[in-house]
Design a protein around this ligand. Structure first.
Ligand SMILES: Cc1ncc(COP(=O)(O)O)c(C=O)c1O
Length: 399
């Protein structure tokens, strides 16, 4: 990954690179953990493919086809260097969900034996959690029983590390975990988890909420699989990445058989893959460390403004409880008497978009009715102030 120095950025100018904000003046988009908006360069890349370059990639000998094959390899090289990997180690998928399922099916089906154990946290995203229960069912139908042991969350919102230590056994084969939590916004401390589980247990890391928000460098991240989506880092929908440690690659089985390679079968979403390049260009034009610092700064501003100005809020685990006040753009909370869905409707009537309702936690949480505000580089403190002002003037405390 290229080392970018933190630099002075004109943050007020960033939104102008995103056509949607010209189309919808005054709209505040605070649902960036769901998906990000797209810069014009990404939209142009998608349009150019269909307008100018549409062919299948590498299936034929004419230039338009061979050029596309080269463009895909260029995108692969670009994505790889962005995450500190080598080009051949990265496969394009349809998104993080497909990548995470490919780990469970491509590795798990081939390698797990009767009695083996998987560790995961049910408070992680469904896409991190459910592929392993699906695999458990599949293997059971062949008479192979695997056991899923669940890691509880610490009250702050990160994993209870002592529980991981206690759950570990000589049957533990893989631990599935998240890099930055999609609801609580915390860094889940991969290094500490690796220290506890040692070298023999594989780690599958869901980096959907960290890539594009903070530096993700496989040169230092001690994991065996890394999965993420393009659409949460300014690229198109329906493209994702699965990085597999080279030493494990040979032990994997194709999940879907057909033309292509082990992990990329059939005609891929070529324009979506190509859009990863302008998305990374955009991120690198600002600098990932500058983005990371900006997101922390915005998170703090959001958190402290809410605390100061809006009464009756209860914050979820995350920035409120960890005391570190280092955030990656996600703050979740609920009100003592007004449901989060009602608040979301109210905000929508003011053209402010936030997430409420089902947060895709791996288990159905009782009272999982948080309102999630998730930020990215085009958001500003003025926008946050408008959100806080609308909340403060509409939510009265019952105390
Ligand atoms: C942590 C996490 N993992 C996985 C996913 C699934 O991503 P996708 O729907 O792009 O496959 C999401 C999406 O919200 C997520 O936040």
């Amino acid at each position: 990954m290229s080392k970018s120095k933190s630099k002075t950025v004109d943050w007020t100018h960033i939104a102008s690179k995103f056509p949607i904000f010209k189309e919808r003046p005054g709209y505040l988009f605070f649902d960036n953990a769901s998906t990000t908006q797209k810069p014009k360069t990404v939209i142009d890349c998608l349009g150019n493919f269909y307008r100018r370059d549409c062919a299948n990639a590498g299936r034929a000998s004419y230039q338009m086809s061979t050029n596309l094959a080269s463009a895909i390899e260029n995108a692969r090289a670009r994505v790889s260097s962005f995450i500190g990997a080598k080009s051949g180690e990265v496969a394009f998928t349809s998104g993080a969900t497909q990548s995470l399922n490919m780990v469970a099916l491509g590795w798990g089906l081939k390698n797990l034996k009767d009695g083996d154990e998987i560790l995961l946290c049910p408070d992680d995203h469904k896409s991190t959690v459910l592929p392993w229960y699906n695999l458990q069912d599949l293997l059971a139908s062949f008479g192979i029983r695997i056991y899923i042991k669940t890691i509880p969350l610490h009250h702050e919102g990160d994993y209870d590390l002592s529980a991981i230590d206690a759950l570990l056994s000589d049957k533990t084969r893989l631990l599935a975990m998240t890099h930055v939590h999609h609801l609580y916004g915390l860094d889940m401390e991969v290094d500490l988890v690796r220290k506890i589980v040692g070298d023999k247990v594989l780690i599958s890391l869901d980096a959907s909420q960290s890539v594009g928000h903070r530096r993700v460098d496989l040169g230092t991240l001690p994991v065996d699989f890394l999965s993420f989506s393009g659409h949460k880092m300014f690229a198109s929908n329906a493209v994702g990445v699965l990085w597999t440690k080279p030493s494990i690659e040979a032990s994997m089985h194709p999940v879907i058989a057909g033309g292509g390679s082990l992990k990329e079968t059939g005609t891929q979403n070529i324009p979506a893959i190509l859009s990863m390049v302008p998305a990374i260009d955009f991120i690198e034009s600002i600098g990932i460390d500058a983005i990371s610092e900006r997101l922390s700064d915005l998170t703090r501003h959001l958190y402290f403004s809410l605390r100061q100005s809006v009464s009756g809020l209860e914050f979820s685990p995350g920035v409120d409880r960890c005391g570190c006040h280092r955030g990656f753009g996600i703050v979740s909370f609920r009100h003592e008497s007004v449901s989060s869905s009602d608040i979301a409707f109210l905000l929508d009537s003011e053209n402010i978009m936030v997430r409420s309702g089902d947060h895709c936690l791996g288990r159905k949480l009782q009272g999982d009715d948080y309102l999630r505000v998730s930020l990215h580089v085009y958001n500003t403190k003025d926008e946050i102030d408008r959100l806080v002002c609308v909340l403060a003037s509409n939510l009265a405390s019952t105390n």
